[in-house]
Design a protein around this ligand. Structure first.
Ligand code: CTP
Length: 424
């Protein structure tokens, strides 16, 4: 069945990127119906949007003919997910306060569907206490938020506030569309329910990690050969980022030590960016103590003995430059012997064959409590789904293939359960 999103475009300079987003979503087989706020019409024309969505574009709530043919309540009923992209500081403020003064904000208030907001604004507006307060409130109301990227802004300033690339937004939309309906905190809310408590009750689909510190590593490491070359691997960081996001949703304080990846920081997560295995180890040790550490990073096993200070040149002999490698520290094994060993230590094992057997050996060798073994013989690295087995000293649990976001939710639920049943 075709999945449908209702895309609300609010008026910021990033609104033009909404066209590329529509194109990306349509390529992925997702139907898009668009609503433009009045100020968004200054950046995107209803005509170009209409051509790309192959649908009527909605604008003014008081277009009575439209209202007769398809009422504003109806508009959101026909969607599986409502996406506000770009979401200006203004529309976020209205959403957080339940203001409904145009078609977009009215249907946001009237909807019973999950909502994803993708903010984009000037860096100072983003960091303003009012915006951050509104975001926290929306997060507590169950609105999904994809944080903006950092970089140069249209206004010439530099910082956080850029709309993420359409591909990244589309990936988040696909992840949310794949969530089972029950997993969404607003999914089974009755229409127009204004009872905040009933929403908050449903906010902890992953168990309770309040007051817990969860440390997550994610992504690859890059080991320099010379100033322009490095040793790397295909890890995308998606699974680790999804786990950090799930832990934050469950109420934990989360430190995410990330190798070089192009992924937005999940809401409520403290991120430390590193490049090499040795930097990752240092960042992990600096983040201790933690209640649980989940080591998802694909750490490079080797680095060059000495990275050259200058670019290595061909010497004309036809022989490749010799590359002496030395082993990197094993971060997981180091943690298992650490004075501040987390109460729960979870490793990941990327395997292409004899998955469970190798994972069991790794569990013992590295001193971990659990190993999440995944079969990377397909396109797991960089892909959006994962099939894992959880290997513990008690045995092996096999989970069916599911989106990485769902693996994250299930794993965090298991972590919360384990921490609550352990003393201290
Ligand atoms: N790991 C780590 N430090 C390293 C290598 C791996 O902390 N230097 C962690 C990974 O984050 C993961 C687990 O160890 O949680 C297993 O990673 P994997 O690459 O599968 O294991 P390796 O030790 O590299 O084993 P092998 O390459 O022999 O399969």
């Amino acid at each position: 069945m075709t999945q449908r999103i209702l895309l609300i475009i609010s008026g910021g300079i990033a609104a033009y990127k909404a066209l590329e987003l529509v194109r990306t979503l349509r390529k992925r087989g997702i139907a898009v119906r668009a609503v433009l706020t009045e100020s968004a019409e200054k950046f995107v024309t209803p005509l170009s949007l209409g051509v790309l969505t192959e649908d009527h574009v909605f604008g003014d709530m008081f277009d009575l003919k439209e209202e007769r043919e398809i009422g504003h309540i109806q508009l959101s009923r026909q969607a599986d997910l409502i996406v506000v992209a770009p979401a200006t500081a203004n529309i976020l403020a209205k959403m957080a306060n339940g203001i409904a003064d145009n078609l977009a904000t009215t249907l946001l208030l009237a909807t019973d569907k999950p909502v994803l907001a993708v903010p984009a604004m000037n860096v100072r507006m983003w960091h303003h206490k009012a915006t951050q307060r509104n975001l926290e409130r929306l997060h507590a109301d169950g609105v999904h938020i994809l944080e903006p990227d950092s970089g140069e802004m249209a206004c010439g300033e530099y910082g956080k506030g850029r709309l993420p690339e359409p591909e990244a937004i589309a990936a988040e939309i696909e992840r949310l569309l794949a969530l089972p309906r029950g997993a969404d905190p607003l999914a089974d809310q009755p229409d127009f329910a204004g009872d905040a408590l009933s929403v908050l009750d449903k906010l902890e689909p992953n168990g309770n990690l309040t007051d817990k510190h969860i440390l997550v590593t994610a992504g690859p490491t890059h080991e320099p050969i010379d100033p322009v070359r490095y040793i790397a691997n295909r890890s995308s960081g998606k699974q680790g980022f999804a786990i950090a996001a799930a832990a934050a949703r469950a109420g934990a304080r989360v430190t995410l030590v990330a190798g070089p990846v192009q992924l937005p920081t999940p809401l409520g997560v403290d991120r430390v960016d590193v490049e090499t295995a040795r930097q990752m180890l240092a960042a992990v040790e600096a983040a201790l103590p933690a209640d649980a550490a989940i080591m998802v990073a694909a750490v490079a096993d080797w680095r060059t003995a000495d990275a050259a200070e200058q670019k290595i040149k061909k010497d004309g002999s036809g022989q490749p430059a010799p590359l002496a490698l030395v082993e990197n520290p094993d971060i997981l094994a180091t943690l298992s012997h650490h004075a501040h060993r987390p109460a729960l230590l979870v490793g990941f094992a990327a395997e292409t064959q004899k998955i469970a057997e190798h994972a069991q050996a790794k569990l013992i060798r590295k001193g971990a409590d659990w190993i999440v073994a995944n079969d990377v013989s397909g396109d797991v690295m960089g892909g959006d789904a994962n099939a894992v087995q959880i290997v513990t000293t008690d045995g092996i649990e096999t989970w069916p293939a599911m989106p990485k976001g769902q693996v994250a939710d299930k794993l965090i639920e298991k972590v919360a359960h384990a921490l609550s049943s352990r003393p201290g």
